[in-house]
Design a protein around this ligand. Structure first.
Ligand SMILES: *Cc1c(COP(=O)(O)O)cnc(C)c1O
Length: 493
């Protein structure tokens, strides 16, 4: 028998910290001054000194600790259970990588440290570059970008610089209708018009439509592979040939590399430039707003345009090379989010080649297992073997007035984070599910049981689903009002 994941949530009641305040309470105690007292007004100027902070909560240490700990019990976390948020690769990140990133010499390395004292951290950087080039099959790489979308912009600026050097930056970028929203946004910010390419009924780029769209005004195709339907673009080499024949390039959004690492290398299937999401595929905790890493790898012809400085080995020492006249310049201060780079290298080395390949195979197996178990209950618009994620639609449940967002809320009552709702856009009412390789069969089965229970509820008691969640501290909120009229701070009555 499968153990039921959640009976009822432990939900701590907790008000606002202001409501605990009482005048004069404080959470610290300072020793007596053993240096001469300075008059703060004389030292800083009266205008820079605040004598009171309006409604500042005055609380003790234990009250602060308990307040935030209680609030944290309202949250879901990867350490509580599966986080099936498709496209996001919310996998469990081994703790050992956190320990490695916190080693004193790495955590305290300063970007202004002289090169002679930075050889170790520079070697880590060089080794990560080497490993990621092996994984992607490309020729050169920058580790500067801080996230996926930042990598996309960097990559498209490289394309632009290359084409400009040929005489014209060109005008348009093509994106399939299954593209991640950041792809057209990137193209727009880089100064390009965006043209949509329709997918065929198998969820892949329609090659004929692509051939019609590509002319000498097209700078690049931006393609996610596997795409956001979880479908591998089997015709990617033919697509690349179509673009290359007209002097255009192929940008790959590599946020879904969790489905490819150790199996297929983008450099081998025609990709000119791509980014990786270290905070998805390579073990940096993901969520809460960063930090992340979005390295950009390129073929040889784009290398001269990579951001400065580039890491070089001269004789036996590493050095930063700023002398790159064709470079697009810096895209970030210093050398990227170094702590994230350390985690990625630790993850890669701990797994080794066969281990990385195994992670990919397990991620794909887990997603196919979910497709197989859930397809009797949910509509599956692209019914074919998927890669690391699977996309259902709410068509069957919509007949009863229940939509993907309602079922996602109900999933919270069963102890799971919701799947991705209403994305990708080409699936109407999408349920996008990515289990990742880090979930066991037991956890997957619990998830399946929860989804089946919800599908049954939709048939027998749809109101239970429509009004969910029921077991959380805050139940269904009015999302429109919350977005249109957000109340972001407390004011005394
Ligand atoms: C997450 C994601 C991005 C954006 O990455 P960020 O690090 O959030 O900027 C781009 N494309 C795809 C397919 C993604 O899943």
């Amino acid at each position: 028998m499968i153990p039921t994941k959640v009976r009822s949530h432990l939900v701590q009641n907790e008000g606002l910290i202001f409501e605990r305040s009482s005048p004069g309470k404080k959470g610290y105690q300072l020793p007596e001054l053993d240096v001469p007292e300075v008059d703060p007004v004389a030292a800083l100027g009266a205008g820079n000194i605040r004598s009171t902070i309006e409604d500042f909560p005055e609380v003790s240490e234990v009250e602060v600790i308990r307040h935030f700990t209680r609030l944290s019990t309202w949250n879901y976390a990867i350490d509580l259970g599966m986080y099936p948020l498709g496209s996001c690769t919310m996998k469990y990140n081994p703790r050992i990588n956190e320990s490695v990133a916190r080693i004193d010499g790495l955590a305290w390395a300063h970007p202004y440290q002289p090169e002679s004292l930075s050889q170790g951290v520079m070697e880590i950087t060089a080794r990560l570059e080497e490993a990621l080039l092996e994984i992607t099959g490309l020729d050169a790489i920058t580790l500067q970008p801080a996230a996926g979308a930042h990598g996309e912009l960097t990559g498209i600026l490289l394309v632009r610089a290359f084409l400009e050097a040929q005489g014209s930056p060109r005008k348009r970028i093509l994106t399939p209708d299954s593209a991640h929203g950041t792809n057209p946004a990137t193209a727009g910010i880089a100064g390009y018009e965006v043209q949509n390419i329709r997918s065929n009924d198998q969820g892949m780029i329609d090659l004929e439509e692509l051939a019609r769209a590509v002319d000498s005004d097209v700078a690049a195709l931006m393609v996610t592979n596997p795409n956001t339907l979880g479908v591998f673009e089997e015709n990617i080499m033919q697509a690349a040939d179509i673009l290359h024949a007209k002097g255009a390039m192929v940008y790959m959004d590599g946020a879904n590399m969790n489905a490819l690492v150790g199996i297929a290398r983008p450099g081998d299937f025609g990709i000119d430039v791509m980014h990786l999401n270290l905070h998805k595929t390579f073990s940096t905790p993901h969520g809460g707003g960063g930090p992340g890493g979005g390295p950009v790898a390129v073929k040889k012809h784009l290398e001269p345009y990579l951001p400065v400085p580039r890491l070089k080995r001269v004789k036996d020492a590493f050095t930063w090379d700023y002398d790159q006249p064709q470079s697009i310049g810096r895209v970030r201060a210093f050398y990227g989010n170094f702590g994230v780079l350390v985690r990625a290298l630790a993850y890669i080395y701990a797994h080794g080649g066969p281990g990385l390949r195994n992670a990919t195979v397990d991620a794909v197996l887990n997603a196919n297992y979910l497709r197989h178990r859930l397809r009797p209950y949910f509509d599956l618009p692209y019914d074919r073997p998927n890669m690391h994620e699977v996309v259902f639609s709410n068509d069957r449940q919509a007949d009863k007035g229940v939509r993907t967002g309602d079922m996602a809320k109900r999933l919270i009552d069963y102890g799971f984070h919701p799947y991705t709702v209403s994305f990708p856009l080409i699936v109407h009412g999408a349920l996008m599910i990515e289990p990742t390789e880090t979930e066991s069969k037991l956890e997957l089965d619990q998830f399946v049981e929860a989804m089946i229970a919800i599908a049954t509820e939709v048939d027998t008691e749809p109101q239970t689903v429509l009004k969910a969640p029921h077991m959380t501290r805050t139940t269904k909120v009015d999302e429109v009002t919350a977005a249109r009229r957000p109340i972001l701070r407390w004011r005394p009555a």
